[in-house]
Design a protein around this ligand. Structure first.
Ligand code: ATP
Length: 383
């Protein structure tokens, strides 16, 4: 299909943006590998759009440089950079049909025979049969695919996507996520995607940079970020985490023993983002789906070597594929537990005494000096 453009990585070096005394983006070093699908993820106002706009040339950085491969583009206007941007508002020309919308960039550059390329692009976004329709005769998702085709036909080195799916309803958004991922894999160019939707970032991106307050808080592959968050913000913003305040009893031989409200728990030292010291505090984290839950009468069926916490079910919601429980326990007021609906135990209802248990290997440790609720509110605001 489209040729893989020669070029290189997007490299941001010490790039920052101030508006008066307000710092929207703190000095940032970031390399986005060529051909990758990269997501800038964060709550509203964290600086992700500003970062994207500095790559596009739509915003002048206060400090730092932008390189595309070996070429510095910091001072170049947007149209001289080998990048194209797709916005949430598709900004299609309403009076032109789809074919003409897609061919626009080629015609502007004086290309005479556009048909082959436009047909190829429409094929890529699976809209070949809609070539002669006007934008208003297409659905939101189809219009967004036209916007992607219109950008890709210019063979940019990098495609920047600024919340491109924000205007679509949830189901269409899910479809378009898979569609955009397929298109990116097919054309092989670098996609830099800005979103506040953590599921969207994790579904599509090879690498996600989680931004908070104008800084990249953590960067990595989706599974790596999810399994090994290094800050409370990432732990709470990316999915749900149970964070338990604990005191370190012992940290030797690769295993860390802690206590919380008299309950002993253990976790691997390598999964701690801080060096645990005996007598010090640690936030102990575990994801809700890693926890199993049994009625207290069945507590003797729990294998040895598991982390165990007793509690009482405060609430439960059946959501088809799983049941989500909120459990009050001495170690944490509201522990979240997701149990797959394989065999449902009718005794597991609000008020029931239960024992939660999980593999210590599925436990992570975070620096206790952080705000335990960082990132929680942002999720609620966005939901
Ligand atoms: P959103 O998802 O809401 O767009 P964002 O993470 O993309 O959020 P930015 O648009 O990058 O955030 O904005 C970062 C911060 O910089 C915000 O607090 C915003 O109010 C501020 N900001 C952005 N543009 C300007 C401007 N032109 N003048 C002053 N402040 C600005």
């Amino acid at each position: 299909m489209t040729e893989k453009t020669a070029g290189g990585d997007v490299r941001l070096t010490g790039i920052s943006k101030h508006y008066g005394s307000f710092t929207a983006v703190h000095p940032l070093d970031l390399t986005i590998p060529q051909g990758s699908f990269f997501a800038l993820l964060g709550a509203s106002g964290c600086g992700k759009t500003t970062t994207l706009r500095m790559i596009a040339g739509l915003e002048d950085p206060s400090t730092g440089t932008v390189h595309l491969g070996d070429r510095e583009v910091t001072g170049l206007p947007p149209y001289k950079r080998p990048v194209n941007t797709v916005f949430q508002s598709y900004a299609l020309f309403p009076h032109l049909d789809i074919f003409e919308n897609v061919s626009f960039g080629l015609r502007r550059r004086g290309v005479k025979s556009v048909k082959k390329q436009v047909d190829e692009m429409l094929e890529l976004v699976e809209l070949g049969q809609f070539a002669r329709r006007k934008p208003h005769q297409l659905s939101g998702g189809q219009q967004q695919r036209v916007a992607v085709a219109r950008a890709l036909i210019n063979h940019p080195q990098v495609l920047l996507l600024d919340e491109p799916l924000g205007a679509l309803d949830l189901k269409l958004r899910r479809q378009m996520q898979l569609e955009l991922k397929r298109i990116q894999t097919e054309v092989g160019i670098t996609f830099v995607h800005v979103t506040h939707d953590q599921e969207e970032a994790m579904t599509m991106a090879d690498t996600v940079a989680v931004m908070n307050g104008g800084r990249v808080e953590q960067l990595g592959a989706p599974a790596e970020l999810y399994e090994n968050p290094r800050t409370t913000f990432v732990a709470n913003f990316l999915g749900t985490s149970n964070l338990i305040q604990a005191t370190v009893e012992q940290a030797a031989g690769g295993e860390v023993q802690v206590t919380s409200a008299g309950t002993k728990l253990s976790l691997p030292a390598e999964r701690c983002s801080t060096t645990p010291r005996a007598g010090g505090d640690l936030l102990v984290g575990v994801r809700p789906e890693k926890i199993s839950l049994v009625h207290v009468e069945d507590a003797d069926t729990i294998p040895t070597g598991r982390n165990r916490v007793t509690g009482r079910i405060a609430a439960s919601s059946f959501i088809g594929v799983s049941t989500q429980f909120v459990v009050d326990s001495p170690v944490c007021e509201e522990l979240e537990v997701y149990v797959q609906n394989v065999e449902r135990d009718v005794r597991l209802r609000p008020g029931a005494e239960v024992v939660l248990h999980w593999n210590p290997a599925h436990t992570f440790g975070l620096d206790a000096a952080q705000d335990i609720d960082a990132g929680v509110e942002s999720v609620e605001v966005d939901a």
